[in-house]
Design a protein around this ligand. Structure first.
Ligand SMILES: *Cc1c(COP(=O)(O)O)cnc(C)c1O
Length: 393
């Protein structure tokens, strides 16, 4: 029997995460399926923004120590660590994903200085490719592309220093096998750096269990940190003693207030800090992470699978569009990508009709299903709007 909107409403009634939706501000009249590009604002953000502004205005310089601004990159990092399967002292919030990839990839090639090849997937998010090109050039080495659909083994040999992997493909939502790929990379004597921008917060990630060397990710997508929110980086504890980063700065110095001319890296993850961090944005990110309080990542993942399965079923029944994302839910992140020859124009019309997904060149319509706030009726309403728009064309 065909699924009805009432069926979707009853799925919402039985959704154990349903009340979490109320932790977000979601404008009326929009089905928002673009949390994989920019998450919505959590309801507690304005109050927390007032708090940091009053800390600044009343405490001034003393805020750094007395309000905990100094420790904030580590403290918020520890909260993200819980979401990515990492012991807390290995994660720091700072800078952007791009900068953090530059730092961690440079650290990785520094630990493999007898090798000169950097590997990246041809399907990686472009910013990652630009960074990998730059690091390969800086060490006088070579960038090697891992072609779509090829196993990582196909590019590994004893010249490879480091491999950058995207955990979830931003175009298709395909999940890479972190355990298997990391193990193959290690077998070849290279180091593995994972970009978690499209997985953290919606999938279980097990960095420590997989023995990943370094990881990075952004916080303004599924973690709802806000536009331009600071990103994070992870360094496995076994590298924290030796790894050095390429942009040393006073915030990562062993004793910043000595103001000495010689750089000595701090112990631990703090050495990956460069300069002063955006404390106001970081406080807002910290507030946004409260949305995960009481939400078990396994339950979040289960809902993500149920939502994307439902959406694909409705697309198959009613639209017959090509589904670019894996149909096997174990291999699919919290996003469904559809193909349409006029995707750019269709996207614009969808937005006019109240469905906010996004468009990726050349023919991809992407729909993100962030389990903390997307409902089963949202999936239904999205397909209604798609059916109407496609029907008119
Ligand atoms: C969104 C995204 C980024 C973003 O990088 P920023 O420097 O934080 O803007 C990087 N990598 C991947 C895989 C992404 O999806």
């Amino acid at each position: 029997m065909a699924i009805t909107r009432d069926d979707c409403a009853s799925l919402d009634d039985n959704d154990p995460l349903r009340s979490i939706r109320d932790r977000f501000v979601l404008p009326d009249g929009i089905v928002y399926l673009d949390g994989n590009s920019l998450g919505p604002m959590a309801r507690n953000v304005p109050t927390r923004a007032d708090t940091i502004l009053s800390e600044w205005s009343s405490r001034l310089i003393r805020g750094w120590m007395e309000e905990g601004w100094w420790e904030l990159p580590l403290r918020v990092g520890a909260r993200i660590a819980r979401l990515i399967g990492a012991a807390p002292e290995q994660v720091i919030v700072s800078d952007t994903t791009t900068t953090n990839l530059y730092k961690t990839l440079s650290a990785a090639v520094g630990l493999r200085s007898d090798r000169s090849v950097v590997v990246i997937e041809e399907s990686a998010f472009p910013t990652d490719i630009y960074v990998a090109q730059s690091v390969a050039r800086r060490i006088g080495g070579e960038l090697r592309m891992l072609l779509r659909g090829k196993p990582v083994e196909s590019v590994l040999d004893d010249t490879v220093a480091a491999v950058v992997m995207n955990h979830v493909d931003f175009r298709t939502a395909e999940i890479a096998d972190m355990a298997a790929a990391t193990s193959a990379i290690h077998d070849a004597g290279a180091l593995a750096i994972w970009d978690l921008s499209h997985s953290a917060g919606v999938l279980p990630v097990a960095l420590d269990v997989c023995e990943v060397d370094f990881a990075v990710g952004c916080t303004y997508k599924y973690l709802n940190g806000g536009p331009g929110a600071p990103a994070y980086l992870y360094v496995n504890a076994r590298h924290l003693g030796e790894a050095t980063q390429p942009i040393p700065g006073w915030m990562g110095h062993a004793d910043p207030f000595l103001m000495e001319n010689e750089y000595r890296p701090s112990e631990g993850i703090r050495r990956f800090l460069t300069g002063s961090q955006p404390i106001i944005s970081m406080r807002i990110l910290d507030a946004a992470l409260d949305a995960y309080d009481g939400a078990d990542i396994a339950a979040v993942r289960a809902k993500g699978i149920a939502l994307t399965d439902l959406f694909i079923e409705l697309v198959d029944d009613r639209l017959g569009l090509e589904v670019l994302s894996p149909r096997d839910s174990d291999r699919r992140g919290s996003q469904v990508s559809l193909r349409h020859p006029n995707a750019a124009a269709v996207y614009e019309t969808l937005v006019d009709r109240g469905l906010q997904g996004d468009f990726r060149n050349p023919d991809i319509l992407r729909f993100g299903f962030a389990p903390l706030y997307v409902s089963f009726t949202d999936a239904w309403d999205a397909v209604e709007i798609l059916a109407a728009v496609l029907g008119e064309r």
